[in-house]
Design a protein around this ligand. Structure first.
Ligand code: SF4
Ligand code: SF4
Length: 94
């Protein structure tokens, strides 16, 4: 199995862990993850309830993720899960 890997500035190899899921039931809509992501992966979703409108976060552009995990590190509710991705999942060959 060959995973997508990258290089640090000094040439060390690392394996990104890409966004896998966001547990909507845990989300409080605080937006910390949204501010952390520079790749436009996340978006707000508004849900009407009887008394108010609640905002949650959702994965909007899954394919833009670079696997930095900044969103998860800044989430106070542990909403995110991540995983490395096989190169062949995208049809590339190494
Ligand atoms: S892992 Fe990084 S690029 Fe991917 S959604 Fe989270 S903050 Fe954005
Ligand atoms: S940081 Fe966590 S709790 Fe806050 S909006 Fe993002 S997913 Fe929801």
């Amino acid at each position: 199995m060959s995973l997508i890997t990258g290089l640090t500035k000094n040439g060390r190899e690392w394996t990104p862990e890409f966004i896998k899921a966001l547990e909507k039931d845990l989300c409080i809509g605080c937006g910390r993850c949204f501010k952390s992501c520079t790749k436009n992966v996340l978006a707000y979703e508004e849900v009407d309830t009887e008394e108010t409108v609640k905002a949650y976060m959702k994965i909007a552009n899954d394919g833009n993720c670079i696997g930095c995990k900044a969103c998860g590190q800044n989430c106070p509710r542990g909403c995110f899960s991540f995983e490395p991705v096989e190169v062949r999942a995208f049809g590339y060959t190494s």
